[in-house]
Design a protein. Structure first.
Length: 216
């Protein structure tokens, strides 16, 4: 019995896919409050809900490239999408279509970003430390970071909590640029920051600033 328990513990410690499962479970548990939290009552939630509704109207009306929502502002139209990153609009829109409501789409998108942020942080820390236990612990801390939870449940700052997914990717690329395969990971770092630009451009400025400090 004791040997079996030790084997299970050893598998949990060493197998990466087990860690991914743990991260996925914790990431979804973090989002349990969404069962009773009304996104439309959060600081930015109503705005993001209106964006998805407006995008749906725009597609129905055929106003390609869907930057202007034709029936807003007493049918004058409003270019709500012109200066807003596409990733945080189209992905929750598709999830909303699949789940039946745009409110559910926004909640599913938040859960997805929670899990992915943990996975990318795990990969980054594991790359640096070569210790899966530390990587798992770091991923869990990253998913329950208080400011990130504030962005999720109180503000529903979709751009900010989405950017949390890709920040570890940028610094994993930077680490390997300095200590590993410079060519391949240079592109990972640049593409990671490019994705951040398409989610929350203010964070891209932070990451570029820290990127330069690390290089210097």
């Amino acid at each position: 019995m004791k040997n079996n328990i030790n084997k299970i513990i050893e598998v949990v410690k060493t197998k990466r896919y087990i860690h991914y499962i743990i991260i996925a479970i914790i990431g979804m548990l973090v989002c349990i409050p969404f069962f009773w939290v009304q996104i439309k009552l959060s600081d930015d939630g109503k705005f993001h809900l209106l964006r998805l509704i407006g995008l749906d109207y725009s597609m129905e009306y055929g106003s390609f490239p869907f930057l202007v929502f034709p029936f807003f502002c007493k049918d004058w139209g409003y270019s709500m999408m012109t200066f807003y990153p596409p990733i945080v609009t189209y992905v929750p829109y598709i999830l909303g279509i699949i789940s039946g409501t745009f409110m559910n789409g926004l909640k599913l998108f938040a859960a997805l970003t929670s899990v992915l942020s943990g996975i990318f942080m795990y990969n980054f820390v594991n790359e640096v430390t070569k210790k899966k236990g530390i990587a798992l612990f770091s991923a869990i801390l990253y998913m329950i970071f208080p400011y990130k939870l504030e962005c999720l449940f109180n503000r529903y700052a979709i751009g900010e909590f989405t950017a949390f997914v890709f920040i570890p990717l940028v610094f994993q690329g930077l680490y390997n640029l300095l200590h590993g395969d410079k060519k391949r990971h240079f592109y990972i770092a640049i593409r990671g920051n490019r994705i951040i630009i398409n989610t929350y451009n203010i964070y891209s400025l932070y990451s570029i600033f820290l990127f330069n400090i690390c290089v210097i």
